[in-house]
Design a protein around this ligand. Structure first.
Ligand SMILES: [Zn+2]
Length: 124
């Protein structure tokens, strides 16, 4: 992949990273503020724990996306971005346009989804 295209995807990924990082922070802050108003009280400690758990679960999906973006940026630094991590073939650019964090080419993605079963198939 030429450097111009790489920079194009890098800027998309960095923008996504910024947005998802904000989402994680907002969701966690909202879940905690909803019942606590940000004030800790020993009587409410158990409630606080519940809220932390809730915040964690709300943020989990976003956190996973942040991790995916981080990994894509890491592959860029390593010079392997745009290559399937499973078979090493180039990932179609239309696929990268739709999903800049794509780790696999379409063939491997399909194979992995079939192996892992429909229930927890990786989302696009
Ligand atoms: Zn592949």
């Amino acid at each position: 992949m030429d450097s111009k295209k790489l920079e194009h995807y890098r800027s998309i990924l960095q923008e996504q990273l910024r947005q998802h990082t904000e989402n994680v922070r907002d969701e966690q802050a909202t879940a905690i503020e909803d019942t606590e108003d940000g004030v800790m009280d020993s009587l409410d400690m158990s409630l606080m724990d519940v809220n932390k758990e809730l915040a964690f679960r709300l943020g989990e999906r976003e956190s996973q996306m942040v991790a995916d973006i981080d990994q894509a940026l890491l592959r860029m630094d390593e010079g392997t971005y745009g290559e399937c991590v499973r078979c090493g073939k180039k990932i179609d650019e239309r696929r990268l346009d739709a999903l800049p964090t794509a780790r696999y080419d379409a063939a491997c993605q399909t194979a992995i989804e079939e192996e892992s079963g429909a229930e927890d198939a990786p989302t696009l």
